[in-house]
Write a protein that binds this ligand. Structure first.
Ligand SMILES: Cc1ncc(COP(=O)(O)O)c(C=O)c1O
Length: 375
């Protein structure tokens, strides 16, 4: 079997006609940059998310950077982030001469350990960046409570969880990325809503803040050649917007396929005690950007990966080196121990999951894992 971590070709084949038609339209109009399709897609996405302002940009990393710039944080200000995340979350903080303050994650849910957040707040703390890692929302009710209490901004990193729904204790449902001051996402091809290159967006409730984000993404200008604030060049191009506008129509279906695949994996792993399957919060749906296992200490992960690879089964480690141990991010603070993340970096393993997954592929993957474990 030729199993892929993500089957973008299979997904494209099913919507080829629509996608090719829309791409061709952009080519025919030659409206490659800032064309009407970018606004159309932004409006479609805004409707999907419940009406929030959508500011498109060039990628998910830029979205985070623009968010921090728009909130006018100053060098030395501290921003709280989970230590178990993709580097982009912390990278932009450091890039703007702010200080990333790492917090360990929950051992079962992989997302920021909310019980540890308040301990990390100082008079310099200005923002928290909860990351909806692997596809489910952080407990936003608690995050927002802490943020309100300490007057902090909240930037939700939704790169891995677009389409997930969080339910507050009063029954209110919100889409991932729409609950904080700003939500950011990535349209990297393998993301749940991915384009055919790079792309990203910010979700902003406050109209003035949305305008500011839009200006920053466009060289700080509202009127061409009048640069009121310092910005950057971060555009979603029209071809990517055309692809995304088609794929957005299928996003719920894509999320459902991933959820079904995850459910089937869960069933296949029943009784395999040495492997912990992903646990989901009761107050968030999970859109399974990743299906990430935790392996028991006794399992040699490297050997298991090699064994699977030889059988045509890819697997990935998100993330092999925790941020606080990355050379570019080592901090000298004494309060710098993150045992959960350190353990996860040695024990997590993500299996293939995507919209085109078949049950036969999944049976083959899990039976190969059981074979390796001699079960
Ligand atoms: C959690 C998280 N944040 C940010 C990003 C950055 O997105 P991009 O690659 O579009 O810059 C990613 C992408 O992998 C991500 O997974």
């Amino acid at each position: 079997m030729n199993i892929k971590m993500v089957d973008l070709k299979g997904q494209y084949d099913k919507i080829k006609k629509e996608v090719d038609f829309e791409i061709q339209k952009v080519i025919d109009n030659t409206t490659f940059i800032n064309g009407p399709k970018v606004n159309e897609f932004s409006e479609s996405l805004s409707n999907y998310l419940g009406g929030i302002n959508v500011v498109p940009c060039a990628n998910g990393t830029d979205a985070l950077q623009i968010a921090l710039m728009a909130l006018d944080l100053k060098p030395g200000d501290e921003v709280i982030v989970p230590v178990h995340t993709y580097v982009a979350t912390a990278e932009v903080i450091a890039l703007l001469q702010l200080k990333p303050v790492f917090v360990d994650v929950h051992p079962d849910f992989f997302t920021i350990d909310i019980t540890q957040v308040e301990n990390k707040i100082t008079e310099k703390t200005k923002a928290i960046v909860p990351v909806h890692l692997y596809g489910q929302c952080v407990d936003m009710e608690l995050i927002l409570e802490i943020a309100n209490k300490h007057d902090l901004f909240v930037i939700e990193d939704t790169a891995q969880a677009i389409g997930a729904i969080y339910t507050f204790s009063d029954g209110r449902e919100c889409m991932a990325g729409t609950m904080g001051n700003i939500g950011t996402t990535s349209f990297f091809p393998s993301k749940n809503l991915g384009c055919f290159g790079d792309g990203g967006a910010l979700f902003v409730n406050d109209d003035d803040l949305a305008k500011r984000c839009k200006m920053i993404a466009n060289h700080g200008q509202r009127i061409k050649y009048y640069h009121d604030i310092i910005g950057c060049n971060s555009r979603l191009d029209s071809i990517q917007a055309a692809v995304l506008d088609v794929k957005l129509k299928y996003l719920d279906q894509y999320c459902e396929s991933r959820q079904n695949a995850a459910k089937f994996y869960d069933e296949l792993f029943v009784g395999v005690g040495a492997i912990q399957t992903p646990k989901s919060f009761s107050n968030s749906t999970h859109v399974y950007h990743q299906y990430t296992l935790i392996l028991d200490d006794g399992i040699n992960r490297k050997e298991m990966q090699e064994y699977l690879k030889d059988k045509g089964i890819p697997s990935m480690i998100y993330y092999p080196v925790p941020l606080h141990k990355q050379k570019g991010y080592i901090q000298s603070d004494s309060n710098n121990s993150f045992p959960v993340t350190e353990k996860l970096s040695e024990t997590v393993l993500s299996l293939p999951i995507h919209t085109e997954m078949t049950q036969d592929e999944q049976k083959y993957i899990v039976s190969s894992i059981k074979e390796f474990l001699k079960l």
